[in-house]
Design a protein around this ligand. Structure first.
Ligand SMILES: NC(=O)c1ccc[n+]([C@@H]2O[C@H](COP(=O)([O-])OP(=O)(O)OC[C@H]3O[C@@H](n4cnc5c(N)ncnc54)[C@H](O)[C@@H]3O)[C@@H](O)[C@H]2O)c1
Length: 254
């Protein structure tokens, strides 16, 4: 395992109770960071903290909805109150929503997906950056998607939200580049997690359809995505500013 050395750093991981977020929390912890595991699902956040404790990593669970400003502001305040500062943030919480063509996408589905996947990332950035600007240091990794770089038929709100995360990442990165803070994004491709498993359960034809379009011809793992996230959080990626990094087995290379 590469030593990214995040010793004594403090990290928030939203959506840390499952999938990519849980793997990111475990990997950042293995690199030495203390972790705030933030999630809508309290039980799952606590479960990740138990796993971190087994690795002798200090962590605390935090329950919130990333689409609510007051809760996001309180999460950052809690991280600072608990561990004294905020060095890294992984804005990962996300949902898939309904898979329907644009003509059938309800207003409710649109609002639900964009609230969590786009407004949630904006709110996290806003309050994390306020703290990091006080410190004049920090690294933020937003989790977008391969569908933030190319369209995805039948996922209008998801794809629009993820394209939004890409734009937000570049914009925030420009604003704070000279203040010791880096903002970057990872764009995972098909990755086996509870989210993708749920999609497969709804439509069992998905794996075959994806494999015909995926150069690497296999699913990614949450651990592989977490590796890229940890690298971007570390000083090893100190020249990366506003970078949008596909971690997708070649999906957007074609
Ligand atoms: N799995 C994939 O194939 C894939 C591909 C590209 C991008 N992504 C993105 O990666 C991120 C993580 O996805 P995953 O596959 O690990 O999903 P997951 O469902 O396994 O985990 C997502 C976590 O986010 C939490 N969450 C959802 N809404 C929340 C909210 N409003 N506030 C706080 N927490 C909330 C959930 O409780 C869950 O623990 C998402 O942003 C997703 O869009 C996933």
């Amino acid at each position: 395992m590469i030593d990214f050395n995040l010793k004594d750093k403090v990290a928030i991981v939203t959506g840390g109770g499952s999938g990519i977020g849980r793997s990111a929390a475990l990997r950042l912890g293995a690199a030495g960071a203390k972790i705030v595991v933030a999630d809508l699902n309290q039980t799952n956040a606590e479960e990740t903290c138990v796993m971190l404790k087994e690795q002798r990593v200090q962590s605390v669970p935090y329950t919130l909805d990333v689409a609510r400003a007051a809760e996001v502001e309180a999460m950052v305040a809690y991280a600072v109150k608990t561990f004294g500062r905020l060095d890294c943030a992984v804005n990962n919480a996300g949902i898939q929503g309904e898979i329907v063509p644009t003509v059938d996408c309800s207003e409710e589905n649109w609002d639900r997906i964009t609230s969590t996947n786009l407004k949630g990332v904006f709110l996290c950035l806003k309050y994390e950056l306020r703290q990091m600007l006080k410190q004049e240091s920090g690294a933020i990794v937003n989790i977008a998607s391969n569908f933030g770089l190319v369209g995805s038929a039948h996922m209008p709100a998801y794809s629009a939200a993820k394209h939004g995360v890409v734009g937000l990442t570049k914009t925030a990165a420009l604003e704070v580049a000279q203040r010791g803070i880096r903002v970057n994004a990872v764009c995972p491709g098909p990755t086996l997690t509870p989210l993708s498993q749920n999609a497969i359960d709804l439509d069992p034809s998905i794996p075959d359809a994806i494999m015909t379009r995926l150069p690497i011809a296999r699913w990614g793992t949450a651990e592989e995505v977490a590796e890229a996230i940890t690298w971007l959080c570390s000083d090893a990626a100190r020249l990366l500013v506003g970078a949008i990094v596909p971690v997708d087995g070649g999906y957007v290379a074609q």
